[in-house]
Design a protein around this ligand. Structure first.
Ligand SMILES: C/C(=C\Cc1cc(O)c2ccccc2c1O)CCC[C@H](C)CCC[C@H](C)CCCC(C)C
Ligand SMILES: C[S@@+](CC[C@H](N)C(=O)[O-])C[C@H]1O[C@@H](n2cnc3c(N)ncnc32)[C@H](O)[C@@H]1O
Length: 250
C-alpha cells in the first residue's frame, strides 16, 4: 500500500506573473499556492452550489457501508469526507493528491471536524498518473475537478480503470452549447478572476478558463472511458450545464 501522508511545512513562494501551467510541476505549485483560500473561494464563487454537485458525484459512485473507496485529486478533502459518511467506520477512504499543502488542509479539517467515521480516511501524497495501489483494489472512485488538471487524461483514466469498479468524475462541463460556454467564460472573466484577484491569485484562476477550453466534452469523456476498457460510461450535465459528471463502470 502507499505511503501515508506526512504534513510538511514547506510551501512554494515562487510567484510567476504569467502561469501557462504546461507541466505537472507548475500545476502542483499552483494548487499549493491556492490551498489556503481554496475552500472559501469555492463556497463564495459557487454560492455554496459546489457542495450539491459533490454530493451528486458521490451518490453516483454507488458507494455503500463497508466499501473501500478512493478520492483521486482529493485537494482539501470535500469528496473524501462525503465518501467517509457513505462507507462508515467499517469502510475505508483514501484521499490522494500530489499537493502537500492541499493535503495538510485536508488533514487539519479531519482533525477539527472530529466525526467518528472520519477516522477511516487516510491521506496519501501521490500521482494520479501512477496510482500506488494494486489492480481492482477499490469499490469506487471519485475525482472532483481533477481530470481537467492532469497532464495526461488518458493515462489518468487507465489508472482509474486499473484499480476500481465504478468511477464518478465531477468537473466543469465543456459544453457544445455556445450560450453555456459563453456564460461559463463570462463568469470566470467577470466574477471568478476579479474575486481571486482580491486574494492575489488572478493568474491561478485565469488558468481555469484555459483549462476548460482544453478539456473534453461530455461525449469525448464517455469515449475516453470506453476506450480504456470501461463497459459503460455516461456523462451527466448538472448545475444548469456549467458542470458535468462522468460515471463509468467496469
Ligand atoms: C467548484 C469551483 C471551483 C473548483 C476549481 C477547480 C479548478 O480546476 C481550479 C483550478 C485552478 C484554480 C481554482 C480552481 C477551482 O477553484 C467553483 C466554481 C464556480 C463557478 C465558476 C461559478 C458558478 C456560479 C453559480 C453561482 C452557479 C449557479 C448554478 C445554477 C444551478 C445555474
Ligand atoms: C481543483 S482541485 C480539486 C480538489 C477537490 N477534489 C475538490 O473537488 O475540491 C484539483 C486537485 O487536483 C490535484 N492534482 C492535479 N494533478 C494531479 C496529479 N497528477 N496527481 C495528484 N493530484 C493532482 C491538485 O493538487 C488539486 O488539489
Amino acid at each position: 500500500m502507499a505511503m501515508t501522508f506526512v504534513p510538511s511545512s514547506t510551501s512554494s513562494t515562487f510567484r510567476p506573473t504569467l502561469i501557462r501551467c504546461a507541466s505537472a510541476n507548475e500545476r502542483q505549485a499552483l494548487f499549493s499556492r491556492i490551498a489556503p483560500v481554496y475552500d472559501n473561494l469555492n463556497d463564495l464563487l459557487s454560492l455554496g452550489q459546489h457542495r450539491i454537485w459533490k454530493r451528486m458525484a458521490v451518490s453516483w459512485t454507488g458507494a455503500k457501508m463497508g466499501d473501500c473507496v478512493l478520492d483521486v485529486c482529493c485537494g482539501s478533502g470535500d469528496l473524501s469526507f462525503l465518501l467517509s459518511d457513505k462507507v462508515g467506520s467499517h469502510g475505508k477512504v483514501i484521499g490522494l493528491d500530489f499537493s502537500k499543502d492541499q493535503l495538510s488542509f485536508a488533514l487539519s479539517r479531519q482533525q477539527s471536524l472530529s466525526k467518528n467515521c472520519f477516522m477511516n480516511i487516510e491521506w496519501v501524497e501521490g500521482d494520479a498518473l501512477d496510482l500506488p495501489f494494486s489492480d481492482g483494489w477499490f469499490d469506487a472512485i471519485t475525482m472532483g475537478y481533477g481530470l481537467r488538471n492532469v497532464v495526461d487524461k488518458q493515462k489518468a483514466m487507465q489508472e482509474i480503470f486499473r484499480v476500481l469498479k465504478t468511477v464518478s468524475i465531477l468537473d466543469f462541463n465543456k459544453s457544445n452549447e455556445l450560450l453555456t460556454s459563453a456564460v461559463t467564460e463570462w463568469m470566470i472573466d467577470n466574477i471568478v478572476v476579479p474575486v481571486a484577484t482580491g486574494y492575489g491569485l488572478s493568474e491561478e484562476y485565469r488558468y481555469l478558463k484555459r483549462s476548460i477550453r482544453e478539456f473534453l466534452t461530455g461525449k469525448e469523456l464517455e469515449k475516453l472511458a470506453l476506450g480504456v476498457g470501461f463497459s459503460a460510461a455516461r456523462h451527466y450535465e448538472i448545475g444548469g450545464g456549467l458542470m458535468g459528471c462522468l460515471v463509468a463502470k467496469r
